[in-house]
Unconditional design. Structure first.
Length: 188
């Protein structure tokens, strides 16, 4: 799931607490897409994402080469923190354990990531209704000038660099990964 799907799902791991103005600011720092162990779910060679401007808005495209449904596809999100911002990351005890893709999109993506992505405005990724959307249709998708909407994120996020790694599995085998690096600082 390229970076957008990564960005979509990765932030799901940050959900769970009540919606409120956050005591922190989050900026995108970097992203990367990594090949899976056996095959790739999406065209990693077109993993084309850039951070633009001072606000570090996310722009780029990603592709699904298959309809994505929970009968074959699962994902997990691991979170790492580098409090000093020096790249010395430690695995955090929070994240998203392996979960069916459709359930994760319905239960997490809709609350955590979808507020940052508006179909027809800054993405062509389909809107996921409350009841879910399964399978996620194969195709090429874009994200344009995405700023993270953190209103639904928990208040307790470690400051410094936060790395979220999304791993996609097909029939239990790693078929692709992506990482989103974010800088979390106290609000002034």
């Amino acid at each position: 799931m390229k970076y957008s799907a990564f960005a979509i799902v990765v932030l799901c791991s940050l959900s769970g607490l009540s919606k409120a103005e956050q005591p922190y600011n989050v900026k995108n720092e970097a992203s990367e897409c990594l090949k899976g162990l056996r095959e790739t779910l999406y065209d990693l060679y077109e993993c084309d994402f850039k951070l633009v401007g001072r606000q570090r808005l996310l722009n780029g495209t990603f592709s699904f080469n298959d309809d994505i449904a929970s009968d074959h596809y699962t994902f997990q999100v691991d979170l790492f923190s580098s409090p000093l911002g020096d790249g010395q990351y430690k695995l955090l005890p929070m994240g998203v354990p392996r979960l069916g893709v459709c359930e994760g999109m319905r239960d997490l993506y809709t609350k955590v990531v979808q507020p940052s992505l508006i179909e027809g405005e800054n993405t062509n990724f389909p809107f996921i209704p409350e009841e879910g959307l399964c399978p996620i249709p194969k195709g090429k998708y874009f994200i344009k000038n995405m700023k993270l909407d953190t209103d639904s994120w928990p208040n307790q996020i470690p400051r410094g660099l936060l790395k979220a790694v999304l791993t996609i599995f097909k029939d239990g085998v790693d078929v692709g990964r992506g990482a989103l690096y974010m800088r979390v600082v106290d609000r002034e």
